[in-house]
Design a binder for this molecule. Sequence first.
Ligand code: FAD
Length: 383
Amino acid sequence: MNLELSEEQTAVRQLARDFVEREIAPHAAAWDRAEEVDRGIVKKLGEVGFLGLTVDEEYGGSGGDHLAYCLVTEELGRGDSSVRGIVSVSLGLVAKTVAAWGSEEQKRRWLPGLVSGAYVGCFGLTEPGTGSDAGRLATRAVRDGGDYVINGTKMFITNGTWADVVLLFARSTDAPGHKGVSAFLVPADTPGLTRRTVHGKLGLRGQATAELVFQDVRVPASALLGEEGRGFSVAMSALAKGRMSVAAGCVGIAQAALDAAVAYAGQREQFGKSIAHHQLVQELISDMAVDVDAARLLTWRVADLIDRGRPFAVESSKAKLFASEAAVRAANNALQVFGGYGYIDEYPVGKLLRDARVMTLYEGTSQIQKLVIGRALTGVSAF
Ligand code: FAD
């Protein structure tokens, strides 16, 4: 793998850096306090092409490789994880999945809107009773003539209240376990679908996280994404790439924490010199720097494997596991460097820590990533 970025990749990263400095960073703290990102940011992300990365230009996408996608995602994560997550879900989990599994009609119907920012997508897998063991989900889609009628509840759905389309996973046959699960593209204005905002999150407060309740929601059979009974494969393939995107966002958090800590350590004086002079402060900073590099390299390796058409799912779990834990460690170290000032929200590091914390939970907890890696090494499924 060539670790040198191409001219095009360097330009995309710079574009993302400038965009974040101009459109996101100045507002991140206010959006966090208001518990809502300004929705206008979605259209701007679409205009600059960030919602169409890796998607074919034929459907309005901006093309590019997965390394470019990681570079942009890292920059977004550096600016505001709430915004990064909106992109990772609407593009990473929904648009890219429609591009990979959708019929021609589904691609034409949904992709141009999703990649331009006219539409927002959400990914409805988790339910109140099933998180890690997603294959046992209980939402049902019952065939009725040319339609399916859907009943059930989805929980913690990122972009849920904003979404125009739900990529929904529901049980549509009596086949045991995850074999009975199918994927559907459900327009969010379909009668019978109600949404409730989940309030009181520790972090990612700017995101519209929701509970979705489906009560006799009727969709035509053409809403089925992929074959009936293949829904769990659709979900797992989406999450395998999604974990790379979460990892890239975590690199951004860790980099932001490192930058803030280095700058603060150079200014803050204690014992007659800047705290950068104290060896134990340098230890905090150097640990962060190693975490940033290691997380970034693991993440880039996943992008490289995808771009070369090689298997990548286990490497994606490794990157997500390491980068999410590294982001929490780095944000916590930065808070330590800031001392008491790190604990108040006038300074950015508290938000970094709050935002980082969920990264070890969603798209598979750290324990679940370890089981994925362990299964690949031992051949034993220990779930
Ligand atoms: P549980 O599965 O109940 O796990 C609880 C604990 O048990 C964890 O520590 C877990 O690691 C451990 N555990 C479970 N099984 C095992 C095992 N076999 N071995 C060892 N330990 C185990 N979901 C979506 O579908 N779409 C979204 O857009 C989305 N966005 C989210 C946004 C936020 C802010 C949050 C908080 C969650 C989101 N989720 C979303 C849900 C998320 O993916 C789940 O919360 C996650 O998968 C964990 O499920 P759970 O919360 O039910 O925890």
